[in-house]
Design a protein around this ligand. Structure first.
Ligand code: ZN
Length: 124
């Protein structure tokens, strides 16, 4: 497990790199201000995703740029415009962040190339 103490963040980007199953997550963590840090990274590798039409598991190649803020506790200021992930411990758990990003990717519409072709055939 890769845990980075929030307090360790400063203005110099801190590199991190983790690997879970077939996915790789690397990037940097920077302190912004107060209880807010920023994560910039890239998720590569692949995950198995069920096709939304035929439900077959398909290996999806990932190359996702991710960028969001991390707050150490609840942010009182109005930060509505920012994409903030609140952490409840003083440690940033990189694997947990990766897992929640993968959940978002899994939540997106996805269909395999076979079904994609079938849909095109129906249209024309
Ligand atoms: Zn399919």
């Amino acid at each position: 497990m890769t845990l980075i103490p929030f307090k360790q963040l400063n203005s110099i980007p801190l590199d991190f790199e983790v690997c879970v199953d077939k996915t790789f997550f690397k990037g940097t963590l920077t302190h912004k201000k107060g209880k807010i840090g920023q994560l910039n990274g890239t998720i590569t590798g692949s995950i198995l995703l069920p096709c939304d039409i035929c439900a077959d598991d398909i290996e999806k190649i990932l190359n996702e740029e991710v960028s969001f803020y991390i707050s150490d506790g609840i942010v009182s200021e109005n930060q509505d415009e920012l994409d903030i992930v609140e952490i409840t411990t003083p440690m940033i758990n990189i694997e947990e962040l990766l897992a929640s990003e993968l959940e978002l990717i899994k939540g997106d519409y996805f269909c395999c190339s076979d079904c994609e072709h079938k849909e095109l055939d129906q249209e024309f």
